[in-house]
Design a protein around this ligand. Sequence first.
Ligand code: SF4
Length: 702
Amino acid sequence: MAITRSTCCYCGVGCGVLIESTADQITGVQGDPAHPANWGQLCTKGLSLAQSAASLTNRALYPELRLTRDALRERVDWAMALDSVAERFADIIEQHGPDAVAFYVSGQLLTEDYYVFNKLAKGLVGTNNIDTNSRLCMSSAVTGYKMALGADGPPTCYDDLEAAHTVLFAGSNMAYAHPVLFRRLAAAKAANPAVKWIVIDPRRTDTAVMADLHLQIQPGTDVALFNGMLHHLLWEGLADPQFIAAHTTGFAELKTMVRDYTPKMVAEICGILEEDLRLAAEWFGASPAALSLYCMGLNQSSHGTDKNLALINLHLATGQIGKPGAGPFSLTGQPNAMGGREVGGMATMLAAHRDIANAEHRAEVAALWGVDSVSAQPGLPAIAMFDAIKAGKIKAIWIVCSNPAHSLPNLAHVRLALGAAELVVVQDAFINTDTVAFADVVLPASSWGEKSGTVTNSERRISRVNAAVAAPGEAKADWEIAVAVAQRIEARLRPDKPTLFPYVDTEMIFNEHRLLTQGRDLDISGLSYAQLATSPQQWPFPADASHGQARRYTDGVFATHDGKAHFHAVQYLPVAEATNSRFPFHLITGRLRDQWHGMSRTGRVPALFEHSAEPALTMHPLDAERRSLKAGDLLKVSSKRGSLILPLDIADSVASGTVFAAMHWNGQFLNSGGINEVCSSAVDAKSAQPELKHAAVRVEKA
Ligand code: SF4
């Protein structure tokens, strides 16, 4: 039996694992006792990795192709599939320009995969139309960090979990979404019961059950709450005037604005007790170290960036940042959403946290890549990208390691877009996703346990991912497929020039990526594959460093032009879609403990259905009684955009007037694409992240 050191492929905790394997099969997975993210711990999902990896059911095993949209796809060899994709992309680029093609990639790709796709789009094709499912996950956190602190990435680290005296969870059911970190927090609280937990969530989650104070706010009222807490902090003298004066700008304007956010008024908006708001503010402001942990509940909102900014305002006003146990800590949903941002793999950014709008940054990237220029035209983020496909402006889309026909909001619109495209290429490890149904070309990709590279977790720690077994059938690593197509497109678009894609392994790609980070805030020029093999490290890690940097801004100097953190006076605005007499319920969405995203992997492990066996819509007992509904009744859940059928679950974990559904269930389990049939594609104007967490819906017996 061989042992291979690697990293879990699920959430952003980034747990180290030891894979046990025979010649051709993964037989077991244990937590890596030497990995600083988890010290040997794993949650149920990580512990079942061997079962999900061993199953070959529904794997994409060989390339498939159809030459016309009304034909059936047929098995072809790799050369034919790659030639076809390259030719059709090159044809469309030559006929309609580079912005007529797009790439939709994934926070589950490894950094090296991400790097090659980003270079293919921005360096070779000349379009910034490359976005990712991380747009649905992290983009409001990114925008919030950049606007307030000057740079993307959390200032905190996992050791802050034990050092915090007050922990504020905002829109995060950490007990389910980041279980191993949650256990660390729970152990720290058990060791020191004086530690206070405040949970802000419209639902009484398993995280909220363990809190000292649960603020069960009305959906989408977070900005009002944070402004109200700040009002109380300021008027009770719990702010830190020295920190504000020395390290921030914009305070006067914010102070004037929050004058109106009286705790009484805010408590009414949020639907909570005024004294609870005051208590939360006091626990936060008077704490020796206050840490906030936040996730999709803040980000997946049409005002997600404002929610991030209003929360960061609390940290800046109280000096709760840049010291052990304190700071705004955005928890990454996907295993490598952070790594994708590092290589610039989104429509709105360039490599190594550079900006498309910055001419110097574009010139730097072009020079490092050896291309004439990088386009100044911003790419289209996810929702706008699918709108442009439907409108015929984008003719070809290459979807990698993602299932947008399940994970994007307003699924009927997404299906129309995929149906309208001239060419849909789907590169995936699985053949049965909702999106593959629209594919003209399927490129089979290797999956976890079969491929190598690096990922970056929520605390900026880069870890190696290693192959333990060969990929099944003819599946190939994502970066290899990208390189093979890129070299064919190069032959058409820049003949007689040296290839931009000379890579023979992932280390070559990592070394090029590392070169681009030199001198940037995420400088990793001091890191090597060899070092990462035994010692996962946090960035920044410049050439002269002996170890990574656990916390940022410890000297009070921020990454802005003036070195100061910036307050932002953000006003509360309601959810994009108000409830009304036709759609009277607030629908909120979230995760189950033992499932992951669209269930491609976790849905293959029977034991992971023991915690939640089937899809459901959760409704408060009073609402069910008023409608004469009983548990198990089949309900039709409808919004302006679509509907789906779900069985009823009755529980008081949701407030009256609010219903809840899990995000995971998809076309394999339902007669629809999942709860996103009804979800809204309204986006945050600053981050372009959609409001997946809220929709106004009607509920009736099916
Ligand atoms: Fe994997 Fe996240 Fe569970 Fe760790 S906490 S084992 S990274 S799913």
